[in-house]
Design a protein. Sequence first.
Length: 258
Amino acid sequence: MIATDLDGTLLRSDGTVSPRTRAALARAEQHGCTVLFVSARPPRWIDELADAVGDHGLAICANGALIYDVHARAVIERHSLAGDVALTVAQAIRQVAPGVSFAIERDLGYGHEPDFPGRWPAPEDTVVAELDALLIEPVAKLLALHQKLDAQEFIALASAAVGDLAAATHSGHAAVVEISAANVSKATSLARFCAERGIGPADVVAFGDMPNDVPMLAWAGKSYAVGNAHPAAVAAADHRCASNDEDGVARVVEGWFG
């Protein structure tokens, strides 16, 4: 199995899958290798890549919280963060970092507080409400964003405030922390996905670039950090490869399958 992150790893900086990468992944699948996208993206951001998803049609989304059938446009497995726990976590972060604002991902839905900035394209059915209303139900992921604090400072403060209540990580250089249920990560969902298919970690090669990829890179039998990777991903991976804009994943795969 090839398990690969998307943004910053498989995708080029413009968000596309290059022809070379498409060809390399198709060749791997022709040789019996399962290719699985493992991303922080919510399902709605995987839909645009439907033609690049393998024949199985599945992707791991929201840092492991959701298993999404891209072809059927349906979430088939979820590992949600309970609403009351998410509210406790949010209140703890707000105590140490006043000025923080929150958004939530829930299966195919998205919502945010009124003062949450529009950093990402929002769907038409976005729910804008106060946090206690957004967290009446469980969520796939809670997003915490600070517009004034330094990114590393905010990430450290928020992660410490979350503690063992949930799983906190980040996947960029902005002051954004992504929060999932405790013990939910790309690695836990990938391990479960593989076990159900009789695949062990020794038969998995993982590619990534950011701290949210670290558990997956550490779990896989072989792992690569792309040339543009965060130092945490580099430290966790067994190998390096070229950057996302240089088709690093494709170059490695071509080395295996010609």
